[in-house]
Design a protein around this ligand. Structure first.
Ligand SMILES: [Fe+2]
Ligand SMILES: [Fe+2]
Length: 175
């Protein structure tokens, strides 16, 4: 709970400064920068923080750091600016913690037409942003490794997870 409150406060005060942009531009190509900039300031700052946390964690592991940082900067690019908003995201987190994805799937199949479209759109973005992000990256011909990491960043761990994905999940949980 304390972590959630901290995240909410950080989101409220999120700001992407020149130093952040220099960092982003040094790690992504032009098409990827364009995807990055389509996220809200809150998500941009979150991804930058995840990238810094991930970079700090690499000091004790051997892995592909440039791939990890690109994945961290773009992992939430399936949420574009205006898709969710801070209140929408907070509501979706609350929904996830109380009602959950499995019930959303049932509602999705059984009562889709009765759900308020705002609620449906909100949860669709919240739950499906990994698929949306992977599709956006595929459309700019990003590497398969990057696409798989973004697609899988909220999936339960499996034996085939690459070390960059494992570390991204750790860094994401810290931010
Ligand atoms: Fe995410
Ligand atoms: Fe994230």
């Amino acid at each position: 709970m304390a972590n959630r409150l901290k995240q909410f406060y950080r989101a409220l005060t999120a700001k992407v400064d020149d130093q952040d942009l220099v960092f982003v531009k040094s790690r992504l190509n032009d098409s990827e920068i364009s995807l990055f900039l389509q996220m809200s300031t809150i998500d941009q700052k979150h991804c930058i923080n995840v990238a810094h946390s991930a970079e700090a964690l690499t000091k004790v592991r051997k892995l592909d750091v440039p791939l990890l940082i690109r994945a961290a900067l773009l992992h939430d690019c399936g949420r574009k600016n205006g898709d969710l908003g801070l209140l929408g995201k907070s509501f979706a987190v609350l929904f996830d913690k109380t009602i959950g994805y499995q019930r959303f799937i049932k509602l999705d199949a059984m009562r889709r037409s009765k759900l308020c479209s705002w609620l449906h759109q909100l949860l669709e973005v919240y739950y499906r942003h990994p698929e949306r992000g992977a599709a956006a990256l595929a459309s700019i011909q990003s590497s398969e490794q990057l696409i798989i990491i973004v697609l899988s960043h909220h999936q339960p761990a499996t034996a085939t997870d690459c070390p960059e994905l494992k570390l991204l999940k750790q860094a994401d949980a810290l931010n």
